[in-house]
Design a protein around this ligand. Structure first.
Ligand SMILES: *Cc1c(COP(=O)(O)O)cnc(C)c1O
Length: 379
């Protein structure tokens, strides 16, 4: 007796943790800075920490009230009906729900390449198939409707990641609207805004609101990044009203836990923490772009992509010197590393160490964004 044929399924490669790396190298965890998983440099909102402690005494019950309360609070925040908020176990869980609700066996999804691995993994779990559209380095990983539509061939779900992981580029709302208009009525356009708080753009939610509201766009958001709650696993999809009823049919019962919902409620009220986080991120992006002795792409996420020539050699050497970053080889970018925006101290140490590694002849710093493109300034 064996599992079904999983040869098309590849394990998710997460950014490496401090404990894991320290154990492997036989070193003290305190020597390391982790800038590999786009986590919040300030950790969780202090209000969420208190809520998590207080929730300890209520975890004997299933999370019914907390789930309803959080759904309402998120709906209020966005000005949508409660039913349009599909809470899930991380935005990853929301991706699963959208696939459960949309995909019949053998149907296809269209994802950016390079891009976030879980879209394809989830589609395969749900017996779907995966096609991709290219974002090209020569064009600065620019995201346009044309680029996606050139590869579009009736897929049931198409993904736009804005801001995009790992390149940091965004897609203009008009372009997303063009994609929705240019694809079949049966095609759902999912706009992944996991890094939305760090971008200088409005949410694609606008497209499913108001008198001209579309019924073929959904938006993903998460508490993992700007809210600093990656460990509790909480995210959601915002869906058109016509999709609201499907939630209870596809929702894994109680997938958003009592602890997660209580933490989410507290974090949602703590605007100060999000503002402080965004400020730190903007400063860090600017710092890396200014001081790294390698090309750095402009980014609207809480990370930057750096052109180091040989990502695996540079990642390994940085790790040896105490800085854990993301080798983008698994994204299909073997010349690039992705550095998460840290605190000022962490970011300075990361850049100083990177420059030292490059200076020692490891890797080969490249120009990053093509030289003939105008410089986009980082706020
Ligand atoms: C981090 C991330 C997510 C979701 O993260 P969760 O922790 O599951 O909420 C979704 N999309 C992209 C592009 C991400 O980088």
């Amino acid at each position: 007796m064996r599992p079904r044929d999983l040869s098309d399924h590849v394990p998710y490669e997460a950014g490496r943790g401090i404990e894991e790396v320290a154990r492997e190298l036989g070193r003290d965890p305190g020597e390391f800075v982790k800038l590999a998983s786009n986590e919040n440099p300030h950790g969780p909102s202090p209000a969420a920490t208190v809520a998590i402690r207080e929730a300890a005494s209520t975890v004997g019950s299933y999370p019914k009230a907390a789930h309803a309360d959080l759904r309402e609070a998120v709906a209020d925040r966005w000005g949508v009906a409660d039913g349009q908020v599909w809470l899930a176990n991380g935005a990853d869980g929301a991706i699963d729900y959208l696939h459960r609700a949309a995909l019949d066996p053998g149907e296809r999804i269209l994802v950016p390449d390079p891009g976030f691995a879980y879209y394809g993994m989830s589609a395969r779990f749900h017996h779907g198939e995966v096609d991709s559209y290219p974002l090209s380095r020569e064009d600065g990983f620019e995201q346009t409707a044309d680029r996606l539509l050139e590869s579009y061939d009736g897929q049931r779900v198409v993904y736009v990641t804005s801001p995009h992981n790992p390149t940091g580029t965004t897609m203009a709302l008009e372009e997303i609207g063009r994609i929705a208009a240019g694809t079949d009525d049966r095609t759902l356009v999912v706009v992944d805004e996991a890094y939305g708080e760090f971008a200088d753009r409005g949410s694609a939610l606008e497209l499913i609101e108001g008198p001209d509201a579309r019924e073929d766009v959904a938006v993903l958001r998460t508490f993992s990044k700007a809210y600093g709650l990656a460990g509790v696993r909480l995210g959601y999809a915002l869906v058109p009203e016509a999709w609201a009823d499907a939630y209870t049919r596809v929702n894994t019962p109680f997938a958003a836990s009592e602890v997660a919902c209580r933490a989410g409620l507290a974090a949602l009220d703590d605007d100060e923490h999000v503002e402080r986080t965004v400020e730190t991120v903007e400063k860090a992006r600017g710092y890396v772009r200014e001081h790294a002795e390698a090309g750095v792409w402009p980014s609207e996420g809480n990370f930057v992509l750096v052109d180091v020539g040989d990502a695996s050699a540079v990642t390994a050497e940085l790790q040896e010197r105490g800085i854990i970053v993301r080798d983008c080889t698994s994204f299909g970018l073997p010349g690039c590393i992705r550095i998460t925006c840290g605190t000022r101290t962490e970011t300075e140490r990361a850049v100083e160490t990177l420059n030292a590694v490059l200076g020692d002849g490891i890797g080969e710093p490249g120009p990053g964004p093509a030289a003939d493109r105008p410089e986009v300034s980082d706020a």
